[in-house]
Design a protein around this ligand. Structure first.
Ligand code: HEC
Length: 121
């Protein structure tokens, strides 16, 4: 009897973990994986960035720049890294680290930071 309850509790937990990333989860993922370069508030001024960095990480609060990119562009560069879109290898690929749901959550988070919808298409 007791064992059944434990199994039920584990299944409930598993379904929670599989749920699509919510906005606050996306923020946690961003802080963990992206903020060291892109900065906690997305301004491209994370603690990892030294003057030796050949390029600055994108400032996500710059709506003008962020509006040049579609959500699909963001997804490509997040999944496959800078070189996949002829940008710097200083931007690592995340496709093997993050789930599709986490990447979608991050894209939404970036759109909150720039307060822009991005290029449509
Ligand atoms: C080791 C530092 C570093 C980390 C960690 C990092 N980035 Fe980047 N990122 C960069 C740099 C540097 C660029 C600029 C590349 C360029 O312009 O050539 C960049 C560019 C980007 C761009 C492209 C913007 C454009 O103009 O095309 C996106 C989107 C992006 N990063 C998202 C993320 C996300 C999301 C994460 C976390 C999962 C992340 N980055 C983690 C360094 C980093």
């Amino acid at each position: 009897m007791k064992q059944r309850m434990i199994i039920a509790a584990m299944m409930a937990l598993a379904s929670l973990l599989a749920a699509p990333a919510s906005a606050s989860e996306a923020e946690t993922v961003f802080k963990f994986y992206c903020a060291q370069c892109h900065g906690l508030t997305g301004k491209g001024d994370g603690p990892n960035v030294t003057k030796d960095f050949p390029v600055s990480p994108r400032n996500f609060t710059n709506a003008g720049e962020m509006n040049k990119l579609t959500d699909a562009d963001l997804k490509n560069v997040i999944m496959d890294g800078g070189p996949s879109v002829s940008k710097s290898p200083m931007m690592p690929p995340w496709g093997k680290t993050l789930t599709a749901g986490e990447v979608d959550g991050l894209i939404k988070h970036l759109r909150t930071l720039c307060q822009c919808k991005g290029k449509q298409g």
